[in-house]
Design a protein around this ligand. Structure first.
Ligand SMILES: CCCCCCCCCCCCCCCC(=O)SCCNC(=O)CCNC(=O)[C@H](O)C(C)(C)COP(=O)(O)OP(=O)(O)OC[C@H]1O[C@@H](n2cnc3c(N)ncnc32)[C@H](O)[C@@H]1OP(=O)(O)O
Length: 218
């Protein structure tokens, strides 16, 4: 019987995963921004290795989903963009405002490309997630087959950002969505725009790609 089934509770585990994610994000931010003495860096590396060791004693395999996740319910705690348990995620928070998906986040040092601005690949990653969310909640989930990004102005670090996405066309299995990144303070000035195409999987494609994860290949 798993720990969750044992009564420790799914909610409690999700809160613990979020707490660990918060701590890891703080660690990454401090470790990226630090100018502490070299001896302090060496000491921190040792402490972090010690903290990581017990986490590695029980891990899931490549095709196993996390016990605290709910794939069909859209709960992915380690998603690298939105996952509250992910050390890497900003994390981006997304909600719906009518037909438009609206996201908010702020990017720290770890996402830096040009000095003091976000890496272009990070903007593309955020927009892929935004468009994928809009496509999913429109009722036609699919995988990204194309993502075009236009960078108009650099995206500032340490600044609350406002992202949007919406579905624009549906042609057979191909859904096209567009999205933007702006700052919360100046939502009318678009810094980055993206257009993405998403393809709904055929049953055979879903089975081939995700059978080992869903267990439908057993
Ligand atoms: C319930 C609560 C929910 C809560 C809320 C949850 C939110 C949850 C958000 C998740 C958000 C995730 C956002 C990240 C999403 C990724 O990042 S997905 C990962 C990146 N993408 C991939 O790895 C996909 C790789 N590609 C593939 O595996 C294959 O291309 C696919 C997708 C299986 C499709 O197979 P295919 O043989 O290429 O395509 P095929 O089936 O022959 O063609 C289908 C159609 O697509 C078209 N097409 C294919 N490729 C292209 C292309 N590059 N350009 C244009 N058209 C194309 C074909 O022309 C064809 O069109 P029609 O003839 O039907 O009009």
């Amino acid at each position: 019987m798993s720990e969750i089934e044992n009564g420790h509770g799914l909610q409690h585990r999700r809160e613990a995963i979020t707490g660990l994610g918060d701590a890891l994000r703080l660690l990454i931010e401090q470790a990226t921004a630090t100018e502490a003495p070299t001896a302090e860096l060496l000491r921190a590396a040792e402490l972090i290795r010690q903290a990581a060791a017990p986490l590695g004693e029980r891990v899931r395999g490549r095709f196993e989903t996390a016990a605290a996740d709910d794939l069909l319910g859209g709960v992915r705690l380690y998603n690298p963009v939105t996952g509250l348990g992910s050390a890497f995620a900003p994390p981006l928070e997304i909600h719906r405002e009518g037909d438009v998906a609206v996201g908010t986040c702020s990017l720290g040092r770890a996402f830096e490309g040009p000095p003091s601005f976000a890496h272009g690949g990070v903007s593309a990653m955020l927009l892929d997630q935004m468009l994928g969310y809009a496509v999913t909640v429109s009722g036609r989930p699919g995988m990204t087959v194309q993502l075009d990004t236009g960078y108009r102005q650099p995206v500032p670090l340490y600044t609350p950002l406002r992202l949007t996405a919406q579905v624009v066309t549906v042609e057979n299995r191909v859904v096209t969505a567009t999205g933007t990144i702006a700052t919360v303070d100046d939502p009318g000035t678009i810094l980055v725009r993206a257009t993405g195409k998403f393809v709904a999987l055929l049953a055979e494609q879903a089975q081939r790609l995700f059978g080992p994860v869903t267990g439908s290949d057993r």
